[in-house]
Design a protein around this ligand. Structure first.
Ligand code: UDP
Length: 237
């Protein structure tokens, strides 16, 4: 079967790996996600994952701390998540490599674009941790950056607690409607809270489609790969 996407970036927020309170790691949740990633990998789709770290720390939440230090703490949080994902994937026999944007050679490879592509070509799942390595950025921006760098066909933006992009917050506004598709410029102009504007602009400039979907049903990932319309797609018209 021909799949529309051959190489994908899966962005998993830290919250998506957490338990009920959005903090820490829920091994059961990671195990479920790992199983779906295995299915996608078995279809011959190249999967690179960008992990968030908001279940441990978000740089912006610091009240007194220096922002840059606080952001580095956030980046380190993403490495914890990356290792947890790697462990669960390898336990179900999925070959993986973690690459970090901040060097820590005892735990993972440093990010090397050409090597990452080689791993993907060999069928390994590559986990990008450490964000972009730069403060003042987010892991959404990292997903956009890595997608451009490795020529990914799409970014699959896994969300917890919501199944797509809405006109307003559906938790507070009952009249909020879900979009099936959107243009990048509409996301920016309407100020829709999908990803930060830096990430959206980067996708717009490089024409990388984004599919926003709910991770509560991890099998949504396989459905998207199999051509089902799930969540909201953001692209250029
Ligand atoms: N971060 C950063 N630069 C990056 C990526 C992440 O400084 O390129 C820091 C930032 O402080 C951020 C934290 O790491 O708040 C965790 O990432 P993010 O908030 O994107 O995680 P998510 O919301 O996806 O769980």
């Amino acid at each position: 079967m021909e799949h529309i996407y051959k190489r994908v970036i899966l962005k998993i927020s830290g919250e998506a790996l957490s338990g009920g309170e959005g903090r820490g790691i829920d091994e059961k949740v990671i195990f479920e996600i790992a199983n779906v990633i295995k299915q996608v990998n078995n279809l011959g789709i190249e999967v690179a994952i960008v992990v968030g770290g908001g279940n441990f720390w978000r740089g912006i939440s610091a009240k007194e701390m220096d922002r840059t230090t606080s952001d580095y703490m956030g980046m380190l949080g993403t490495v914890i998540n990356g290792l947890a994902l790697q462990d669960h994937l390898e336990r179900i026999d999925v070959e993986t490599r973690v690459q970090t944007a901040i060097e820590m050679r005892q735990v993972a490879e440093p990010y090397i674009r050409r090597r990452a592509i080689r791993h993907l070509e060999k069928g390994r799942v590559v986990i990008f941790a450490g964000g972009s390595g730069n403060p003042y950025f987010s892991t959404d921006t990292t997903a956009a950056l890595r997608a451009a760098e490795i020529n990914a066909d799409v970014i699959l933006l896994a969300k917890k607690g919501i199944d797509g992009v809405y006109s307003d917050d559906p938790n507070t506004n009952k009249n909020a409607t879900r979009y099936d598709d959107l243009k990048y410029i509409d996301v920016l102009n309407k100020g829709l809270k999908v990803m930060d504007s830096t990430a959206t602009s980067l996708c717009m400039d490089n024409n990388i489609p984004i599919i926003v979907f709910g991770i509560e049903q991890p099998e949504n990932i396989t459905k998207i790969i199999n051509g089902h319309k799930i969540g909201t797609i953001i692209k250029e018209g």
